[in-house]
Design a protein around this ligand. Structure first.
Ligand SMILES: Nc1ncnc2c1ncn2[C@@H]1O[C@H](COP(=O)(O)OP(=O)(O)O)[C@@H](O)[C@H]1O
Ligand SMILES: [Mg+2]
Length: 318
């Protein structure tokens, strides 16, 4: 068996639109070990949610391959898909819209448990209480409705629902972006605690780089559907190889005065994801652009051990 829980190879998801084919995810490749977190970062619209939804099998891929626990699940259907629904889960950005407003906390958490036919009704009720305990929801809230709770508690319900069937992999799509800053850390800590306890792997989607730094082992940087860089979180914050990553990271404040960096402001047209031209999609905004960049699409390659980049400059940035 492979050491990896999930292996994704050149995954693509296109949407047919009236003006042409929209390349939402256009060639994403990564491997994830059990218990690890892969952070996915990039500007709004770069395909993060589409990638996540494709991995949890809410969307059918256009091309590429997804291996999960050694099994090809790219086009999983029927019984295989049903089994995957217990192993692969998703936590959404806005728990309010992902929860049924007419269901109490207990009912919401009970719902996924009903898919586990091995449990008796009584065992399910016990599981609900146990899950509430795991995610830090007081038992007195069992009969409350989502609108009676704050955002943090609602997200705790979302986490409990995701954990209900003992998954191995959870896609977390901006799980704290809708929450007050004061509550974000509590939810992130909870997610880290349950990850450690249950040896969960996360795909952690965010546009907040300071969040991903603390959550992720590896970070994948996306630009207009394509992955431009992938490496460990530590290395990425030390040495960015892609000009886009460098610009993205220059926007976060650094506490140390010595390491103060210049914020890079990107100018230039953003390429349309609909029928995008050949060449590097970042070229129109890249400070290092050459003729080759617009003529030839840069392939992702391993520029240093475990450090992948798709750039003709070969990682010589700055
Ligand atoms: N169901 C869909 N049909 C058509 N286009 C879509 C659909 N879902 C997403 N898109 C488009 O795909 C691109 C990526 O969207 P998304 O994955 O939501 O990005 P992100 O999560 O990074 O903000 C965007 O251009 C978006 O408009
Ligand atoms: Mg999104």
């Amino acid at each position: 068996m492979s050491e990896y829980l999930m292996e994704v190879k050149d995954l693509k998801k296109y949407f047919k639109t009236r003006s042409g084919m929209l390349h939402a995810v256009d060639g994403v490749t990564f491997s994830l070990r059990p218990g690890e977190t892969l952070g996915v970062v990039g500007e709004s619209g770069c395909g993060k949610s589409t990638l996540g939804r494709t991995l949890v099998k809410l969307l059918e891929p256009t091309e590429g391959q997804i291996l999960f626990e050694g099994e090809d699940i790219t086009y999983a259907r029927g019984v295989q898909l049903k089994r995957l629904r217990t192993r692969i889960q998703m936590i959404f950005q806005d728990p309010f819209s992902s929860l049924n407003p007419r269901k109490t906390v207990r009912e919401s958490i009970l719902e996924p448990l009903k898919l586990n036919s091995a449990l008796s009704a009584r065992q399910r009720e016990e599981q609900v209480l146990e899950l509430m305990n795991t995610v830090g929801l007081a038992q007195r809230l069992a009969h409350s409705y989502p609108h009676e709770l704050d955002g943090g508690r609602r997200q705790r319900i979302g986490i409990a629902r995701a954990l209900a069937l003992n998954p191995a992999f959870i896609v977390c799509d901006e799980p704290v972006s809708a929450l007050d800053v004061s509550i974000q850390a509590q939810i992130l800590n909870l997610m880290q605690d349950v990850q450690e306890d249950q040896h969960l792997a996360y795909l952690f989607i965010t546009h907040d780089l300071s969040v991903v730094r603390h959550m992720a082992n590896q970070i994948l940087v996306m630009y207009l559907g394509q992955m431009v860089e992938l490496t460990s979180a530590d290395v990425l914050f030390e040495r960015q190889m892609h000009p886009y990553t460098q610009a993205l990271l220059s926007a976060i404040p650094v506490p140390s005065l010595e390491k103060r960096r210049q914020r890079i402001i990107l100018r230039g047209e953003i390429t349309s994801p609909i029928n995008p031209p050949a060449g590097c999609r970042f070229a129109p905004r890249c400070p290092y652009v050459t003729e080759r960049c617009t003529a030839q699409t840069p392939e992702l390659y391993e520029a240093a051990p475990g450090h992948f980049v798709a750039c003709h400059r070969g990682g010589e940035v700055g």
